[in-house]
Design a binder for this molecule. Structure first.
Ligand SMILES: Nc1ncnc2c1ncn2[C@@H]1O[C@H](COP(=O)(O)OP(=O)(O)OP(=O)(O)O)[C@@H](O)[C@H]1O
Ligand SMILES: [Mg+2]
Length: 174
């Protein structure tokens, strides 16, 4: 939490330092999936997906790993038992796209743009599967967006199908 606050202040001051290097996206995703897997198993959430072979991204490895870890942890936390969380990565025109989709039941369309705001956590009544102990500080997505934008990338969230889930989509320049 204290680390998150420092990270956020650097993002807001425009002094977040990233050291981009060419890294295999699949490696970062496999590591993040391996770390998240015990939490997913404990919640009986199926965690899957794949990254297209040979995709490389020019990114700060620690920063991008944090982005992936935050998106996976949110997705797992908001998915009920027997639901599915999937991560996919691949090339798109002009760069690389990474998406994390979940079975959260969908997000009210008027809330979609607010998810990335500092401290916004929505209505506890709409996240019945999330215990008080699991609730964070509402900083994760603000940090995720800051890191993505420091890479000149973009992030958005969309609902996948009515009442099913949502998908966070990160696009990074090649
Ligand atoms: N994958 C998701 N599915 C559904 N709702 C989500 C998802 N990710 C985030 N949200 C909603 O957006 C809010 C903000 O997310 P964010 O990651 O910024 O904060 P947090 O997870 O509550 O706390 P922190 O990340 O600081 O531990 C969450 O409280 C939740 O209401
Ligand atoms: Mg979070």
């Amino acid at each position: 939490m204290v680390d998150d606050l420092f990270e956020l202040s650097r993002i807001h001051a425009g002094t977040l330092r990233i050291r981009p290097e060419r890294v295999p996206l699949g490696d970062l995703v496999s590591d993040a999936v391996a770390s998240a897997d015990p939490v997913a198993r404990a919640r009986r959430v199926r965690l899957g997906g794949e990254v297209e072979d040979g995709v490389e991204v020019v990114a700060d490895p620690a920063g991008l790993s944090r982005v992936i870890a935050n998106l996976l942890s949110n997705a797992i936390r908001h998915t009920p038992a027997d639901g599915v969380v999937e991560i996919h990565g691949g090339r798109v025109a002009g760069g690389v796209e990474l998406s994390v989709s979940d079975s959260c039941g969908g997000i009210e369309s008027h809330d979609l743009p607010r998810l990335f705001d500092v401290a916004w956590q929505g209505d506890a009544a709409r996240s019945p599967g999330v215990s008080a102990r699991e609730r964070g500080a509402g900083l994760g997505l603000a940090i995720v967006r800051g890191i993505v934008e420091a890479h000149e990338g973009r992030i958005e969230v969309v609902n996948v199908a009515p009442g099913v889930g949502c998908r966070f989509v990160v696009r990074l320049p090649a």
